[in-house]
Write a protein that binds this ligand. Sequence first.
Ligand code: UD1
Ligand code: CA
Length: 462
Amino acid sequence: MANQVAGIILAAGKGTRMKSEIPKVLHEVCGVPMVELVARAMREAGVTKIVVVIGHGAEQVRARLGDAYEYAVQDPPQGTGDAARVGMTCLEDWEGPVIISSGDTPLMTGEALSALVTAQAKDNASAVVATVRLPDPFGYGRVLWDNGRFSGIIEEKDATPEQKKLDEVCVSVYAFDAARLRATLPKLQPNNAQGEYYLTDVPGIMSAEGDVVITELYDDFALFTGVNDRVQLAGASSVLRNRINERHMRNGVTMIDPTSVYIGLDVEIGNDTIVFPDSHLEGNTVIGSNCEIGPNIRIKDSHVGSGSLVHHSVVFDSKIADMVRIGPYATLRNGADIGPKVKLGNFVEIKNSRLDEKVSVAHLSYIGDATVGEYTNIGAGTITCNYDGFAKHRTQIGKGAFIGTNSTLIAPVSIGDAAIIAAGSVINRDVPSDAGAFGRSRQENKDGWATRWRGIRQGKEQ
Ligand code: UD1
Ligand code: CA
């Protein structure tokens, strides 16, 4: 399969410094696991087949990433060179370039990887080593040169004091020629400070055998930031967040204060939408154009149509049509399906319900497992009693109905078109269209009762 590019992601390490039950590479940056970010960069660079080397937490990684990848299990972990050898078992017949990267470099871009692939092809190199210059290279493998020719990489733990002063470092991202990599991996020896098989030794061995080995030096070292603990995780998230916000702003989205806007990598936003501070847009969320989003909202896996306004509210797994007004303090969840021009006000919760065009639920209501027809008005304090302690039941409300304030609708129940429910009603029987329903006790006024009552009370207290 010449010309196609394969990729190997090294992700078998434990990630001890994360202090986590979750494998390190599954920790998320802007809503996407680090290892998937690496894989996406690879795909953008034209990689068609990706092998993930797993070990620690193998099943968790496999379950999360699914079957778009091939997996090779490294057990026990014996170093990055051993991990690459294990990965290559899935690429036995592969010819052409193989990119290898560790799984904990979430800021890497497709563009950066493409440069490696291009360099490899141009010089027909056996290895291209991605490098950066660091003001503080501590901990990284240093690149060694011999009269202008690449001669190897020395790990921090194996380096002499002189070598430790070198500032060009290996960032654990490479493009190899598959055949040469396959031929060189068995030559690795674990004769180093850590007793491991080092992938970093491969380019040195190739160079010693007369192969073309080159480095690709990147100016922007942030591209290859490795994440080893939660501080670095937050740092990487902040860099990616800036990139995401910048992309949206360049696409015509206004952000009042981008430093307080948190948008997942896969979120889409239409132009002329304004995003106010403290807005969190997550997962597979799509926001239309001309919306006002925020302040103070969390919207996840939801769709918001154009011209809608959502503020101080929480929206999960829901669909909101155009020109809807939501908030403050509304909760939409589990398949709330909100039609155009609907109004949902403060302390309103909508769950698994369809509200047609121009429905108004302005205050203090719970609508769960219901359908509400167009133009219906739901008064303050209306509750659909959808749960009887054992099962959920549905409430059906027709169009143009008026549900009086503080109504209790005990499901399963159906209210016909244009029906009127008197305020304070408890409704447990179906209401026909155009009917009025009075589900409350009749009021009784007793003349002079208040005066007599006060007399009794005051008499007692004297
Ligand atoms: C490695 C490089 C070092 C480089 C640095 C950049 C080696 C020997 N050293 O060091 O030159 O400067 O990255 O960040 O390669 N992994 C496995 N199996 C193993 C060991 C590691 O899959 O047996 C994976 C880890 O999950 C990780 C990646 O390989 O994703 C890198 O391993 P790590 O231990 O972090 O290498 P460094 O010490 O950072
Ligand atoms: Ca590392």
